[in-house]
Design a protein around this ligand. Sequence first.
Ligand code: GRG
Length: 277
Amino acid sequence: MNPAMNPWTRTFENALIAHVKSLVPVRGVLTEATLYALETPGKRIRPRLVEEASQLVSLASRPSRLLQFAVELIHSFSLVHDDLPCMDDDDFRREQPTVHKKFGEAQALLVGDLLFQLGMQTMLQASSQLAPQDFIRGAQFFTSSIGVAGLIGGQSTEFEKLGDKMTDKELLTIQDQKTSALFRASIITPFYWMGIGESDALFQDAINFASAFGFAFQIADDLEDAEQDGKAGTKNILSIYGADQARLMARTRLVECRLAKNFSATDLLLEKLCEQA
Ligand code: GRG
C-alpha cells in the first residue's frame, strides 16, 4: 500500500498546506517554492508517529496537530538542504525535480530556512495549550533532536568523516543522529507535553521503540538504495553486518519493543524489510 494514498495522510496534507498558507500570507517565489517542497508526495511517517504517540498519552488534538506540522516542516527543511549541490546534489526527490532544480539554488537555501522557521513557529503555537513546564521540556527535547546531537550534527559529522576511515561506532552514531533523532522527537515530545518523563516505564518503552524504529528505518532505506543503485563501497549498516543479518536485527529489535503494535508504521517497515528479503 502506498501510505501517501491513505485518508489520514490526505487529511494531514490538506491541513498542513492550509496551516502554512495561514502563516505565510505574502505570495511570491519563496512561498511558491516552499509549498512545492511540501506538496510533493511524502510518506508523512513522522507526523503519523506523533498522532499515535499522542493517542497513547492522551495529548489533545490541537497541540498534537501542531507538533505533526512542526515535525514535517523540519523534516522538509532537511530534505531541501540535503538535496543541494553542496550536500547530496540530487536532481530528483519523490520522483519530482528537487527545489533547487526548479527554483534555483539561492531560493532552495531560503526555502529550507523558511521551513525551519515555520517549524519552530508552529511548535511554539502549542505552548498556549500546555502546562508551561511540560511544554518547555518537550520543546527542549524537540529542538535538541535537530541540533548538534541531532540531524544537523549528524549531517556535519558525516561530511567531516567523508573519505576518512569511519569506525562502526561512529557510523552508528551518525545514523542515530541523522535518522533516529527526529523519530524520537516525534514520539517523545507528546510524552513530555503530558508531563510523562524519564522515571516512567512507558517513557522508557517509547524511547526503546523510537530508537529501534530509527535503526530499522535506516536499514530499510539502505536496502532500497542498494537495490536501486548499488552504491558499493559506501559505508553503511549493511556493510557492517551484511544485508541478511542487518534485516534480521532490524526486524527482531522492532518486534521485541513493547509498543511496536501501537504504531501503524511498524507494519509498513516490517513489510519493507520482508519485501527486500
Ligand atoms: C540538516 C541538511 C540537513 C540534513 C539532515 C535528514 C538528513 C540529514 C538528510 C536527509 C537524507 C537522508 C538520507 C536522511 C536519512 C533519513 C531519511 C531516509 C529521510 C527520508 O525520509 P522519508 O523516507 O522521506 O520519510 P519522505 O519523502 O517519505 O518524507
